[in-house]
Design a protein around this ligand. Structure first.
Ligand code: XUL
Ligand code: CO
Length: 434
């Protein structure tokens, strides 16, 4: 057993006055918020890829992290990596983790060899899960790193790649189910295009729709009870990705008859790339009953690319949880830290501190959101703003037609009187809680 984290002991909740950098100041798993333990609301997950597989590279330079499990192309190293991951899970005490196949096993020389490596490491992790309370929030397939996927997975012009992708997803769904995973996620980093000059867009969308239907058919065939989730992102790595944002994905799911079978895994950084706020994406999904889970991170607002940083903005996070709590909270989903260290943060301790910070920020956001809901100020303001629609005349109008409405307006019965939207008052209200 490695001891990558040295003498770091399990992180305790010490309260707001603590100055210990390795303690929770706000996240108390057992604290009850709106009738539920904080741990059960937030359902934190560690992302295996950023924390253990990413080596610190960026577009201008390679590896900065030197870890005991490097190089990552051998099975013995994959086991050492899993040892370190489970050591961190014990230190953080977060209830879940998430993986891609490619994070946890080395690539083999053939599909069969990769599959053997994958099954072996899944069994190795299952052995660890027998004595660890950590569970799998979701599994997913990495169908964007290897060069075979450079022109897409299910949207690839080459049917052989579609087949390879289907075999890969089947294998990952089997493993997710074997581990008791609560969701299965599909993020299509290369499901899109670099140029329309070589792309049959309509055909690619049809193939992606059929592929996702095959995922759902397979879910029912094997009796997987978790949720199938797609993760919107507008671009990066592809110039344009078909799963652009929540609204685009919802339209896509409806077109291919999947609206009752598939929900969304929304990520803060992806919302920003799409020109939205995370709050907007969450509200869009909850208004359609399609929120599955979230990837909680932040993007750098200056750099304009997907920096996947740990969250550190309470007001932003609070409004996200406000919409999540208002829609009834997570069911199978949770808060996955799809976030990575900065490439200069070399130490094991940095990895722990990053997660502590993220968990504390989310706890503050959750508590602020719960306080706003309990106070009821935003709900009351909303009810007042739309009160006109509670009248019998307004309701009848929606069942009427243009002619009957025209007659009322012409008769002078209707004479709109503009009213303040009270935005600043509402913003000041939110600031009382965050
Ligand atoms: C990429 C991203 C992925 C997905 C899983 O931006 O968010 O890590 O969450 O493939
Ligand atoms: Co993500």
């Amino acid at each position: 057993m490695t001891s990558f984290f040295g003498d770091i002991t399990p992180i305790e909740f010490e309260g707001e006055d603590s100055t210990n950098p390795l303690a929770f100041r706000h996240y108390d798993a057992d604290e009850v918020v709106m009738g539920k333990r904080m741990e059960d609301h937030l359902r934190f997950a560690v992302a295996y890829w950023h924390s253990f597989a990413w080596e610190g590279g960026d577009p201008f330079g390679g590896q900065t992290f030197i870890r005991p499990w490097h190089p990552q192309d051998r099975m013995d190293m994959a086991r050492i990596k899993a040892d370190a991951a489970f050591e961190m899970f014990e230190i953080l005490g977060q209830p879940y983790f998430c993986w891609h196949d490619a994070d946890i096993r080395p690539e083999g020389g053939s599909f069969a060899e990769s599959q053997r490596n994958f099954e072996e490491i899944i069994d190795y992790m299952l052995g660890k899960m027998e004595t660890s309370p950590v569970k799998l929030l979701w599994g997913t397939a990495n169908m964007f790193s290897h060069r075979r996927f450079m022109s897409g997975a299910s949207t690839n012009p080459d049917p052989d790649v579609f087949a390879y992708a289907a075999a890969t997803v089947k294998s990952c769904m089997d493993a997710t189910m074997k581990m008791g995973g609560e969701n299965y996620v599909l993020w299509g980093g290369r499901e899109g295009y670099e140029t329309l000059l070589n792309t049959d867009l309509g055909r690619e969308l049809d193939h992606m729709g059929r592929f996702l239907n095959m995922v759902v058919e397979y879910k029912h065939k094997i009796g997987f009870e978790g949720a199938i989730l797609v993760e919107p992102k507008p671009q990066e790595p592809s110039k344009h990705q078909y799963d652009y944002d929540a609204a685009t994905c919802i339209g896509f799911l409806r077109k291919y008859g999947l609206e009752d079978e598939v929900k969304l895994n929304l990520e803060q950084g992806h919302a920003i790339l799409a020109g939205h706020s995370f709050e907007h994406e969450i509200a869009t999904a909850t208004s359609e009953g399609m929120l599955g889970s979230i990837d909680m991170n932040r993007n750098d607002y200056q750099s304009g690319w997907d920096t996947d940083q740990f969250p550190n903005n309470v007001p932003e996070v609070a409004l996200c949880y406000y919409h999540i709590l208002n829609s009834g909270g997570f069911s199978t989903g949770g808060t996955n830290f799809d976030a990575k260290l900065r490439r200069q943060s070399l130490d094991a301790q940095d990895l722990i501190a990053a997660h502590i910070g993220g968990m504390d920020i989310c706890a503050r956001g959750l508590k602020a959101a719960a306080a706003m809901i309990e106070d009821g100020g935003l709900d009351a303001a909303l009810a007042e703003r739309y009160a006109g629609w509670d009248t019998a005349e307004a309701k009848a109008m929606l069942d009427g037609d243009f002619d009957s409405i025209f007659a009322r307006v012409l008769a002078g019965e209707i004479n709109p009187q503009p009213r303040s939207g009270r935005q600043e008052i509402l913003e000041n209200y939110v600031n009382r809680f965050v």
